[in-house]
Design a protein around this ligand. Structure first.
Ligand SMILES: Nc1ncnc2c1ncn2[C@@H]1O[C@H](COP(=O)(O)OP(=O)(O)O)[C@@H](O)[C@H]1O
Ligand SMILES: [Mg+2]
Length: 306
């Protein structure tokens, strides 16, 4: 019998989402009697609980800070316990939207142009607005460097720029990106293979927290995506390239904007959600990979020293 330690919850803004993911994964794994499951929310006693349970592997279902940024991964490395998804370095590169963008740019992957902004006591809003004008102009997207689930993401024009910017003061460092209109498409990689893509059509202003997780927001999920075979291949190939560049493992999901026949990579997620509204399970299902197979494929890849 395989002892599987499931990590979920945690300390990030996406705690609730992680717990919902864990619930759906546990319900599925319970159907297969060969697993002995234990769910843990990592806290100060995490290592103690880990050593007591002695799992064969850790199924990491955490999101965001401490769970998706290399922190928990480094604890699991030092405990020499096999764990799923990406390792320490990949996780810490991918969660940092600025570092990963630099890697993408260096490797000819198109990503929206951006400037980094850091709050200082006496910053002059006129100077920031001027810099935006010189670089790409309005509208822009504001986002914290290492959050997820659209937490702290604001689309704004010149008029409401200052008020939105000030909402992000607690984050210190943020990215100001050129707003890319067009379509929202995401691509998944599983076990170093292209899994497929899905398009999202939010009824809300953009694919924000509600549009992602609330069924009442009625975001349309479109699969198969209406793209030419050439473009279908192109977006999958970019996702694969990004996955390889960051040396990701298990599963990853890359978020794109598609505009004027170009794909702009926004970010790569190393711990994509697995709730009932989540995209990776839906992309897998379209490829005739059921939820159980998807989870087992991810678990099969569990390892250390990655
Ligand atoms: N440059 C951009 N242009 C247009 N829309 C954007 C841009 N950046 C982000 N968005 C919107 O905000 C959402 C969340 O942004 P993303 O960079 O994926 O961060 P996260 O999902 O980690 O919060 C995207 O799915 C998209 O709908
Ligand atoms: Mg995203």
């Amino acid at each position: 019998m395989d002892k599987v330690l499931i990590l979920a919850g945690g300390y990030s803004n996406e705690r609730e989402i992680s717990l919902i993911t864990a619930k759906s994964v546990i319900n599925e794994l319970k159907k297969n009697k060969k697993y002995k499951l234990l769910l843990i929310e990592p806290d100060g006693n995490f290592v103690k609980k880990l050593r007591k349970f002695k799992p064969n592997l850790v199924l990491n279902l955490l999101h965001g800070r401490y769970g998706e940024d290399g922190y928990i991964q480094s604890i699991l490395e030092s405990e020499k316990v096999k764990y799923t998804h990406s390792g320490v370095l990949s996780s810490s590169l991918a969660i940092d939207k600025e570092i990963s963008k630099k890697i993408f740019i260096k490797n000819n992957i198109l990503t929206p142009p951006y400037i980094k902004f850091s709050f200082k006591n006496n910053f002059k809003i006129q100077n920031v607005i001027k810099k935006i004008g010189q670089n790409f102009g309005f509208p822009v997207v504001l986002k914290p460097i290492n959050e997820g689930s659209s937490v702290g993401v604001y689309i704004c024009n010149k008029r409401n720029f200052k008020s939105n910017l000030l909402k992000l003061e607690k984050f210190k460092d943020i990215l100001i990106e050129k707003y890319i209109p067009g379509r929202e498409i995401q691509a998944a990689i599983l076990s170093q293979k292209k899994l497929g893509i899905i398009e999202l059509k939010p009824k809300r202003k953009f694919y924000d927290y509600k549009a992602k997780y609330s069924s009442s927001a009625e975001t349309e999920h479109i699969i198969p995506v209406n793209l030419s075979p050439k473009n279908f291949n192109k977006i999958n190939t970019i996702a694969m390239k990004a996955h390889r560049l960051l040396k990701c493992r298990g599963v990853s999901r890359s978020d794109f904007r598609y505009y004027n026949n170009k794909f702009y990579l926004l970010e790569l997620n190393t711990q994509p959600g697995m709730t009932s509204l989540s995209l990776v399970p839906e992309i897998a299902k379209f490829k005739k990979i059921c939820f159980m197979e998807l989870i087992e494929e991810i678990m099969k890849d569990a390892s250390i020293d990655k």
